[in-house]
Design a protein around this ligand. Structure first.
Ligand code: SF4
Length: 288
C-alpha cells in the first residue's frame, strides 16, 4: 500500500468520484473508474492510498489532468491554475501575476475572485468569466527576477487582486517567500477584511506583512450590507472589530470608497472611527 500525501489538497470520497479541494476553495473531481485503473484505493483527508506499484507516478498524471478542471466554490467559476509548468507567464494579465507600473511598487496578484459583490466594484470582478490561482513559489521566484531587473532597493510588494487576496490559502507562504527577497522593504495588502480572524492576522504578521489597506465603506450595518451586496455575508461589526485588533499591530490604512447616493453620510463616521483607534506604534490613516 502506497500513501500519497498532499499539503494543499483535501480528498473526499463521494459516490462515483473522489472530490479534491485544492487550496481550500478550488474543487475538482476524479472518477473512481480512473482511480481503480491505478489500483484499489482509499482516501483520508490529505492523502490517498493505493494498493499498487508505481502509484505515485500514475496518480500524479491523473492529478495534473484534474487540476486543469478546477472550480472556485465561492464564485462558482472555472479556474485556471497557473504554475511553473503551466506555460503561463506572470506578466501580461491584470487578473493575476505581477504588475509593474514603473514605480517602486510591484503588485502581486495570487488569486482572482471575491467573496462579496460591491456595487461599485472597480475591477468588474463579477464580469470575469474565469478565475485564476497562482502557485506561491512560482510567484515568489518571478517577483525576485523582476525586482533584480528593476535594480531598486526599496520595493513594496503590494498584494492585491481582482478579488479578495485573503481567499488565497497559501498567503502566509507567499508572504514568507517575498520577505526573503532582500530588496523588498514593505509587504502590503488590500483586503475587505471579512475573512480575517485574530489567528489568521497573527499568522500573516508573523510571516512578514507590514501594512494593511482595509476597506470600510459604511459604519451603518444596513448601508454596509447594501454596498457589499451579499446580504448577511457581510457583517460590519465583525469588520470593525477586526480593524480594532489590527490597529496596534500593523500599519493600518482605512480605505473607504465614496459611492454617491449610497454612503454620503457615512464618511464622517468612518473618519471618527479611524480617529478612535488606539495605536501607539502606528497611526491609523483614512484615505477617501
Ligand atoms: S472587495 Fe474589491 S474585488 Fe471584491 S467586490 Fe469589492 S471592490 Fe470588487
Amino acid at each position: 500500500m502506497e500513501t500519497l500525501s498532499f499539503e494543499t489538497i483535501i480528498f473526499n470520497d463521494c459516490k462515483d468520484y473522489v472530490e479534491g479541494l485544492f487550496l481550500n476553495i478550488f474543487s475538482f473531481r476524479i472518477s473512481k473508474e480512473i482511480l481503480l485503473s491505478i489500483g484499489d484505493f482509499s482516501v483520508s483527508s490529505n492523502s490517498i492510498s493505493f494498493d499498487a506499484e508505481n502509484a505515485r507516478e500514475k496518480f500524479n498524471a491523473v492529478l495534473d489532468e484534474a487540476l486543469l478542471n478546477l472550480t472556485n466554490i465561492v464564485t462558482k467559476k472555472k479556474t485556471v491554475y497557473v504554475h511553473r509548468n503551466s506555460g503561463i507567464p506572470l506578466i501580461g494579465s491584470i487578473a493575476f501575476g505581477l504588475i509593474d507600473r514603473g514605480t517602486n511598487i510591484v503588485e502581486v496578484r495570487p488569486i482572482s475572485g471575491c467573496n462579496i459583490k460591491c456595487v461599485y466594484c472597480s475591477v468588474d470582478e463579477d464580469k470575469r468569466i474565469v478565475d485564476f490561482v497562482v502557485d506561491a513559489d512560482y510567484l515568489v521566484d518571478e517577483l525576485r527576477k523582476l525586482v533584480e531587473f528593476k535594480r531598486i532597493n526599496n520595493i513594496e510588494a503590494h498584494i492585491a487582486s481582482q478579488g479578495e487576496p485573503t481567499m488565497y490559502a497559501d498567503l502566509p507562504r507567499l508572504i514568507e517567500g517575498i520577505k526573503k527577497i532582500q530588496q523588498v522593504k514593505t509587504i502590503s495588502i488590500d483586503t475587505n477584511g471579512i475573512l480575517l480572524t485574530k489567528s489568521k492576522i497573527d499568522e500573516l504578521l508573523k510571516a512578514g506583512l507590514n501594512r494593511i489597506n482595509f476597506s470600510i465603506n459604511a459604519i451603518d450595518d444596513k448601508i454596509a450590507k447594501n454596498i457589499a451586496a451579499v446580504g448577511d455575508g457581510y457583517n460590519i461589526q465583525k469588520v470593525l472589530d477586526t480593524a480594532e485588533y489590527l490597529s496596534d499591530k500593523v500599519e493600518l490604512i482605512i480605505a473607504p470608497v465614496y459611492v454617491q447616493g449610497w454612503n454620503d453620510d457615512e464618511l464622517e463616521k468612518i473618519v471618527e472611527f479611524t480617529k478612535s483607534l488606539k495605536n501607539e506604534k502606528f497611526e491609523p490613516k483614512c484615505f477617501i
